[in-house]
Write a protein of this length. Structure first.
Length: 316
């Protein structure tokens, strides 16, 4: 007898990020069923119908519909993208006061369904919100994760590709820490074509004399703001990132991704969510990969943890 492997994803929030995330999941055929939840049900209905109308030309048909929190009960993954638009020129931490109240209601709604899958948090500030959702939900450490520095890592590789003219997929390494101003690149662990990045630059000094790691790191940190200034927000990059994380979980790929996850002794930190290389499986965020950081890099991680932790104090 043939067994049917069915999986279900719920996206909470159908704003620009949520709807683009849904589009990425649908076009890649990552699940059998996709449910959209939003207080504005007419908006969610419009997104569902728009997504469904292109199914004739996709490789796989994904059932997409509007739902409510009861639909989370048998979901494998719930993606939280909801939030309120922050004031102009506010950083990610400036979004906290606008987001926290609705995140609490969303978490309660999800858990009231009997949900026991994996929550992927996208809402900013993602490290703080991920910690808050984990605490409020009562789920295990593995079951709550944020997108962390996964997008920042992709941005770093893209920028290195732009500077060198090489395919960004040749770059190995991660951005770590806060998804925000205190993020950093542990250059000691970055490689290009299998060669340590510093050595690559030294060996190709004539070709890439103008390439600076400080400049690359600055461009990576500022990339989101540059995009926001140009088009008013970011949605394609983060949607692709979320779809990749969802795929890794649903397909149990055991892929290492720098998501925001709970540190409980790793890197000498406790009770804080930060973007660190983490093995993702079907049950969520599993083993954290502890890179051998230099003293300077370790200090940057501690600094980032202090900033994130300071915003978590007093939230519960």
């Amino acid at each position: 007898m043939v067994s049917v492997n069915s999986n279900k994803v719920v996206v909470v929030g159908t704003g620009q990020v949520g709807s683009t995330t849904a589009f990425s999941i649908i076009t890649q055929g990552l699940c059998n069923e996709l449910v959209l939840i939003d207080p504005a049900q007419s908006k969610a209905m419009g997104e569902c119908r728009d997504l469904d109308d292109g199914s004739e030309f996709l490789n796989r048909h994904v059932k997409v519909r509007v739902g409510d929190y009861s639909d989370c009960g048998d979901a494998d993954v719930v993606v939280i993208t909801a939030g309120r638009r922050p004031p102009k020129n506010a950083d990610r931490m400036g979004e906290l006061q606008f987001t926290l109240g609705i995140i609490g209601d969303i978490t309660d709604g999800i858990m009231s369904s009997g949900f026991d899958g994996v929550i992927v948090v996208v809402s900013n500030p993602v490290d703080v919100i991920s910690w808050y959702v984990w605490k409020r939900s009562g789920l295990s450490r593995t079951q709550v994760l944020g997108t962390g520095t996964a997008l920042d890592t992709s941005r770093l590789k893209t920028i290195i590709g732009e500077e060198t003219g090489l395919d960004p997929r040749n770059v190995g390494g991660f951005v770590m820490g806060e998804h925000g101003n205190s993020q950093f690149v542990p250059w000691s662990a970055v490689s290009l074509g299998g060669k340590p990045f510093a050595q690559f630059l030294a060996d190709n000094r004539n070709r890439f004399s103008s390439v600076s790691t400080d400049d690359l790191e600055s461009k990576t940190r500022d990339r989101g703001n540059v995009i926001k200034d140009a088009k008013g927000g970011t949605n394609f990059g983060i949607a692709s990132t979320v779809a990749g994380i969802v795929q890794t979980i649903l397909w149990d790929e055991h892929r290492i991704v720098p998501v925001s996850t709970l540190l409980d002794g790793e890197y000498g930190e406790h009770d804080v969510f930060l973007g660190v290389p983490t093995e993702l499986r079907a049950n969520g965020a599993n083993e954290i990969v502890e890179l051998t950081l230099t003293d300077e890099e370790q200090a940057k991680l501690h600094h980032s943890a202090q900033i994130v932790r300071s915003y978590c104090e007093g939230l519960l």
